[in-house]
Design a protein around this ligand. Structure first.
Ligand SMILES: [Zn+2]
Length: 229
């Protein structure tokens, strides 16, 4: 009788372990490591100007259901009233980078000191929320037309700045439809093996949240691996 009980208990333990494994294998997890294959095509989804109450949670929901990780370049002034959203993004495996504290071009770009103060203020907030300082930075407007003195101030302070080479154009098209954004993604991504896609998650970018699933599908079906900085 004892032997039978033992056998039954062992059977149940193995059965439960198998069921658990099956359940876990269906949970979509963001890829923690990227670039498993040297010749893989890679896309980095990046979101600027958030967090916002209206758009960022929807973007996080889609990324979660698709099992994709992205990079959020946040605005400190918005984040300090929405720490829970940044905390969620970080906990779900997304990268958090510095965009700006104030995002006011006239003040942040007035001198290297002003720029570094703005970056530091944003990064201190990131540290308070996530327990980690960020080492990645995105210039508001990109580094393309920025004074070289400002660029070298940022790199000397230990930051890697990230521009983009594709865009969903959600900051350029007035009141876009999700379809227009997807078309902009396709047009600007063509023939590129490594893509850094610019998107925004500020409060008026509802079309971006609506287009995201199709954008992810497009890259997935084109053979891209999703990466974060
Ligand atoms: Zn911006």
């Amino acid at each position: 009788m004892n032997k039978k009980l033992c056998f039954f208990t062992a059977f149940m333990i193995i059965f439960c372990a198998l069921v658990l494994q099956l359940v876990n294998s269906n949970v979509v997890q963001p890829a923690a490591v990227c670039g498993a294959f040297a010749d893989s095509r890679r896309v980095y989804l990046t979101f600027d100007d958030g967090p916002s109450d209206r758009v960022t949670p929807k973007i996080l929901d889609t990324l979660e259901s698709e099992g994709v990780a992205a990079t959020f370049f946040i605005v400190g002034r918005s984040a300090e009233r929405r720490e829970n959203i940044v905390r969620r993004a970080f906990a779900e495996g997304h990268s958090i980078g510095v965009h700006s504290y104030s995002h006011e071009y006239s003040s942040i770009y007035s001198s290297p000191r002003a720029l570094l103060d703005d970056i530091q203020k944003c990064n201190e907030l990131i540290y308070d929320i996530t327990g980690k300082l960020s080492h990645i930075y995105r210039f508001p407007g990109g580094s393309f037309n920025i004074d070289r003195q400002l660029v070298s101030a940022v790199t000397s302070a230990g930051y890697r700045y990230i521009d983009w080479n594709a865009s969903c154009r959600d900051a350029e098209i007035w009141s876009p439809s999700p379809e227009q954004l997807l078309n902009a993604v396709k047009a600007t991504s063509a023939d590129k093996n490594t893509i850094v896609l610019l998107c925004h998650d500020s409060t008026d970018k509802t079309a971006t949240a609506l287009a995201l699933k199709d954008i992810i599908c497009y890259y997935r079906h084109s053979g891209y691996e999703f990466c974060t900085f």
